[in-house]
Write a protein that binds this ligand. Sequence first.
Ligand SMILES: [Zn+2]
Length: 491
Amino acid sequence: MKRFAWLLSVALFSSAIAQYPGAQPVPSDYKAGFDAILKEDIKKWIEYLAGPECEGRGTGQPGYKKAADYVAGYLQRFGAKPLGDNGSYFQHVPFFEARADNAKTFMAFNNLKLSAGREINVLSGAGMGEEEAEIVFVQGGGDARLEPNEGFSGKIVIVFGKNVNPQLRRQTTFGSLASFTVVEKLGETTWTLARGPIPDKPPTGIGAVRGEITLEAAQRLAKALGVPDSIAQMPDLSKGAFANRFVATEKVKITTASEFRAAFVANVVGIIEGSDPELKAEFVGVGAHLDHLGKRGNVVFWGADDDASGCAAVLGVAKGLHENPNKPKRSVILMFFAAEEAGLIGSRYLTDNPTFDLSKMTSEFQLDMVGRNEENRTEKASDNEDTIHLVGTRRVSNDIHDLMQEANKYVNFKFEYDEEDVYGRSDHINFARKGIPIAFLFSGFHPDYHQPGDTVDKINFDKATNASKLAYIAVSMSANRTEPFKKIEGN
Ligand SMILES: [Zn+2]
């Protein structure tokens, strides 16, 4: 009993502090939903999405799938029906992964066969093909350089040496048929993500293969081709040294093939149906992008602000609508976009291949980075506790600008208008492009933007919660409004 009372008081306290001073009391029609958007929830959602499970939600990476399952689970819990492919919450955006097919990839000279996965490893550029080519052995560790005009067009290049400098690496790969770096131990044959449906058959031809070869195999190949022992070594040469190179007199055969698999890159979409028998056929959209930069090597880009904060805010809108007894007249579509960081790909796909009648969407509200205090050379973070940028509200319709002012009376953010330059930089632009009035909420840039330091501990949870409450009110008002949005000419 005591514990329960304590929890209850925490909940009341947290919802009470979320609005900023001077905010008006929330109209009774919206109050239950508004109060249901809790800082505790927003925090929990951001912690998961920007936490170790999701590993930065990289496009095509396992962490993205986990994030998609997570938000889809909450859509279901909050009564949103699936609006993706085949009755699911997922609208799949065509992507696939490719890598060298190790069983069919090898280099050969006479009886010597160097197989992928054992002696060589092809990291990129494997189409389906077979070629015979001249082979050049280069010894150039450390600072060793080649003559600047030395080229390897159409050749296979084997590069020996420790700590090969980037310039030599570029020179030995540029234009070559294949370039193999000599290593002690092969790395993994990694999958590379590509756009489009899985190809029926691999592209033909070998082009610009990049790979690795074990020292043992490279030395065996060198010996078979009569390359001097002094070349097939791994030195770390000093400054000013020239790299040695040796062109074998006989050609070597290289055979490559690739394999494909589907990649999970999906928008997550759900709909809370409107209460009005006619207006429910019209939609109000609210969205955030679910992807971030993911894991690159061993570094995770967590994307707590960008855009776990916006996703949590959209979940907050879903919860608010679910818990409010007065249901909105129009239907509300909740969207978590895929592959935003790669160029707004998910939202572009959704607006070009909508799973609903897009012409019936009256407005779209976008939340991208709503959890930090803007910080730059001229503005201190501590001066931006309660500021947020309102972007794009005078592009398609001025009415949505007025609606945002009205909605903000109940939250009382200090709106800033000096980031209109980011108008083209998030998913709403794909809706605006279709003539749909948009409002974009963005708390601003900070030193951790697109850095591994965009972590949960730096989030301003009051702000993210208030962004969610503001979006909830704005979405509700838009879903209930009687007048259509008047469009600015040209939209
Ligand atoms: Zn973003």
